[in-house]
Design a protein around this ligand. Structure first.
Ligand code: 5GP
Length: 222
């Protein structure tokens, strides 16, 4: 009777919260949001599709990655990426704070901060990770219920044209991205679904439909 609010003290409340969350995750996996992994070659239009989805469906959000890549003009800290030094990135890895991470285009490190993703899933949000193929594999291994989707261009030529017209990369960087793209395209069979980006509306709607429709049968076994 002397304890504050609800008969529980601060630490007891925190411990109870952790326990309830663990039970909730275990017995009500369908109440949590869906973790959606979107991969596909650079320039295929993942970013545009993700913006299309998140601007129309408030239950879908995109995770902000950490990277050691330098900021491009127009990019904002915490919105496009968390721009970190190699040392800061290493610290996140060491603390187990990344859900996955990879060196992309043989150059910089990119990774998904774990905490914010878990918190959003607990809120029932569907969280989109826009990451590379190596990272997608790691997420599928760690999170069985994750839905992995590979976005392909209508043709390789379309991808080449897109990368050239974007003009954000230097010529050597563009070539490096096309090499990665070819390698990534070969791995699309490893994904749960493949969505062709012929129009942003069709691709975006397909992803939303897949996320909402495909309740993983594993969910009831967990
Ligand atoms: P950019 O340098 O153009 O922003 O991103 C290059 C590539 O890095 C993207 O196509 C995406 O596949 C990958 N990427 C972005 N964030 C992450 C992440 O958190 N983890 C992994 N594994 N790859 C990422």
């Amino acid at each position: 009777p002397t304890a504050p609010l609800g008969g529980l003290r601060v630490r007891q409340r925190a411990a109870l919260r952790v326990e309830v969350l663990a039970l909730y995750r275990r017995y009500f996996p369908d109440q949590r949001g869906r973790l959606i992994v979107l991969a596909g070659p650079s320039g295929v239009g993942k970013g545009t599709i993700v913006s299309w989805i998140t601007s129309r469906f408030p239950n879908f959000v995109v995770s902000v990655s950490a990277t050691t890549r330098p900021k491009r003009p127009g990019e904002r800290e915490g919105e496009h990426y968390y721009f970190l030094s190699p040392g800061e990135f290493q610290a996140l890895i060491a603390q187990g704070d990344l859900l996955e991470w990879a060196v992309v285009h043989g150059e910089h490190q990119y990774g998904t901060p774990r905490g914010p993703v878990e918190a959003l899933l607990d809120e029932g949000k569907h969280v989109i990770l826009e990451i590379d193929v190596q990272g997608a594999k790691q997420v599928k291994r760690a999170v069985k219920r994750a839905l992995s989707i590979f976005i392909t261009p209508p043709s390789f030529e379309a991808l080449h044209d897109r990368l050239s017209s974007r003009g954000t990369e230097s010529e050597p960087e563009r070539r490096r991205r096309l090499v990665t793209a070819e390698r990534e395209l070969r791995r699309q069979k490893e994904f749960d679904y493949v969505v062709v980006n012929d129009t942003v509306e069709k691709a975006g709607q397909s992803i939303v439909d897949l996320a909402l429709a495909s309740r993983d049968p594993q969910a009831t076994k967990e």
